[in-house]
Write a protein of this length. Sequence first.
Lengths: 235, 235, 225, 225
Amino acid sequence: MDKTIATVADAVADIHDGATVMIGGFGGSGAPIELIHALIDKGPKNLTVINNNAGNGKIGIGAMIDAGMVAKMVCSFPRSSDPRAFTERYLDGKIELELVPQGTLAERIRAGGAGIPAFYTPTSFGTELAEGKPIEVFEGRSYVQERWLKADFAIVKGELGDPMGNLTYRLAGRNFNPLMCMAAKRTIAQVSKIVQPGGIDPEQVITPGIFVDGVVQVANPQQEEALIRAGATYP
Amino acid sequence: MDKTIATVADAVADIHDGATVMIGGFGGSGAPIELIHALIDKGPKNLTVINNNAGNGKIGIGAMIDAGMVAKMVCSFPRSSDPRAFTERYLDGKIELELVPQGTLAERIRAGGAGIPAFYTPTSFGTELAEGKPIEVFEGRSYVQERWLKADFAIVKGELGDPMGNLTYRLAGRNFNPLMCMAAKRTIAQVSKIVQPGGIDPEQVITPGIFVDGVVQVANPQQEEALIRAGATYP
Amino acid sequence: MINDIKLTNAQIAWRAAQDIEDGAYVNLGIGFPEMVAQYQPEGREAIFHTENGVLGFGQAPAEGDEDWDLINAGKKAITLKPGAAFFHHADSFAMVRGGHLDVAILGAYQIAQNGDLANWRVGNKGVPAVGGAMDLVHGAGRVAVITDHVTKDGKPKLVAECTFPLTGVGCVTRVYTSLAVVDIQDGHFVLREKLPQISLEDLQAVTGAELKLDGPVADLIVPEL
Amino acid sequence: MINDIKLTNAQIAWRAAQDIEDGAYVNLGIGFPEMVAQYQPEGREAIFHTENGVLGFGQAPAEGDEDWDLINAGKKAITLKPGAAFFHHADSFAMVRGGHLDVAILGAYQIAQNGDLANWRVGNKGVPAVGGAMDLVHGAGRVAVITDHVTKDGKPKLVAECTFPLTGVGCVTRVYTSLAVVDIQDGHFVLREKLPQISLEDLQAVTGAELKLDGPVADLIVPEL
């Protein structure tokens, strides 16, 4: 079994117009910048993008939005130090927003990966974000029914990967990445280093390879936050 | 912060008559034998025990049942190489059984720990184990509504622990242990070794300390399967 | 007669193994289905999943080398292959329920022509035990059954409707028996392969619902094992 | 007048910090609430949780020492204390929703006398962003708010009923303001502490619902920071 892919361009080659794409990371932490930029090079349109945020500055998801690739964002917090790309299009009615509380977003993605079509959460009960959703009372307390969230593709950032698709993450770069691996039909991970099978201790695997379809090595990955502070743009 | 406890007797001292107790492990793998035996020494009655199985031989949960401590078992597979203790009492109507499919058992426990009062699963739809449960159709497929499962206490077995309550597990001994840590009001872990805070790499923590209330060192823990093969009994 | 010319359990397991693709993620039910792992075709490597939280395990260890923290769902000692991973039970059943397994191969008491499976209990007596059976029938890309074609007293196991308590509804897509390979399509048994020594009529006589034909019926290979 | 005699944000944060028990698991909302971490009383150590998957983080690193993979929910660089742990977002919100946090301290636009909180959006304009706010108001043992007692243009923030979009229903149990400490009990504001320089009448005049009394009102301490 060898899930390694030679280049980031090959890794995103199947992502097509109209696809739903989960993109890992929380702000710049754990964000797969090289895969996102390879996707911008390929240029599919009309994407639904699922990420905690909605881009920052003129790189990463911000640059995808600027390139006109994103029809809809599903996120919890479409604000950042430089949210211009999303904000302008949103206020112009050119991009759709599905706003989801952060914990509900995480749980909906996990549910998608775990074959749980719906679950109940106290989160958002009594607020406008619960409007139209079924409410049920359990043990005297009201809960909102939320649905699973799945995607055609997930692009994530790991630290170590092996040819079986096993992954580890770096520090708080874990965040949404392991969940998104579970919830997409096809998951592609960029990792700092590809090791041989067995090169990751089986007890230290965070994402088992069954959830990952392709692994591409990006030896010295860029960090979104550092790029933004340097005023970088893409392309 | 210091969650360490000196002895297994101290560790189980609060477990009272009528309590619901989750016990980690799958068969003998990851089963906290020393904590179970300490609980037998204390001898609370009328317990509801949640475990994948229902004891094997004359040690561990089997010995708890023989000691007349267990009023009800919640499990997926009350069979083993020597299931006499449970079988006799069950057929005599002296112990109650709530039979739960294994994946549903795991998910109900996770839901209890995660504040999800109910969720939908395809598992058991159309079978007698779904009788009386709400059914809902999502995207053309029928699902069974299942409720969370919580406990007063969880007793689990880890490999390394630290005074903050962080835990690792050994091999497949992980199984239900991390989930049960999340779902009990009070979680006690026996570990082979207590290390200083920072002695477990933060990226390799499997159960974060927030889910654990007490940690007791049992340096050379017994293995249920080995005890059974040796014909051991307790007390 | 039927009992003189039939595949052994090992031969049924071998046949099922021939359909497992290279790189497939596979869960084998406890007991007889575990034999399938021994007959992976040369050059193909499946990755085996066990409910208790291991992906990528290998053969049983030599006697005396067992580590009883390292077991499969049948509580038997296992070993690891390079690239294995451990995870907890909720993640393990996320793999099952979430559709991440390619194949699940299970035993059966009865299989109905609509794909219903009964494999967890035969009546209301004794101690019921379900384990992971009701989860495994959902989510895998293919749910296959391996079984003798008939019960020990000669009754059909492939039936019009299950009479034993169900494990899952409409979940089985292929059955490998001691006499035949049968697909389940649109509420019917469709015969794909049979032992050449048995006539279609004789096979139908020990099958509890109609065996439809949909193209040619191949000879079921009898491997020398 | 009110604006001349009021606690600074740092002093409000200090007051809230005095109620955090040794060993408590605490989530501090983005922005102003993060200041609470700086005022833990001597000899007590709280463990701080951040939504993006870290438990046990410490101060910000020195400028230039930031590792941007190691941030908090406000996307600020953090450091780790010994015994910290990383986990993914679903586990992180299991901690929140599952009742494992002892205290959550949040900011507010409005707090109603029944415990309703509005802190995520002030109207229908602009880009809405909710983050983890709606999750954090559920599950923590205590949900407290720190806030100026009034808005910048002098309107009450403690109100009979929230007019801004709600974050959560009946979730807040204590409010630390620039003028007072107020508990929420049985649908009412109950005054616990106030600045001694302010009369009860003046405090009531800048509060949007009745301040009930239930025992003596202590003097709100003005710490030198």
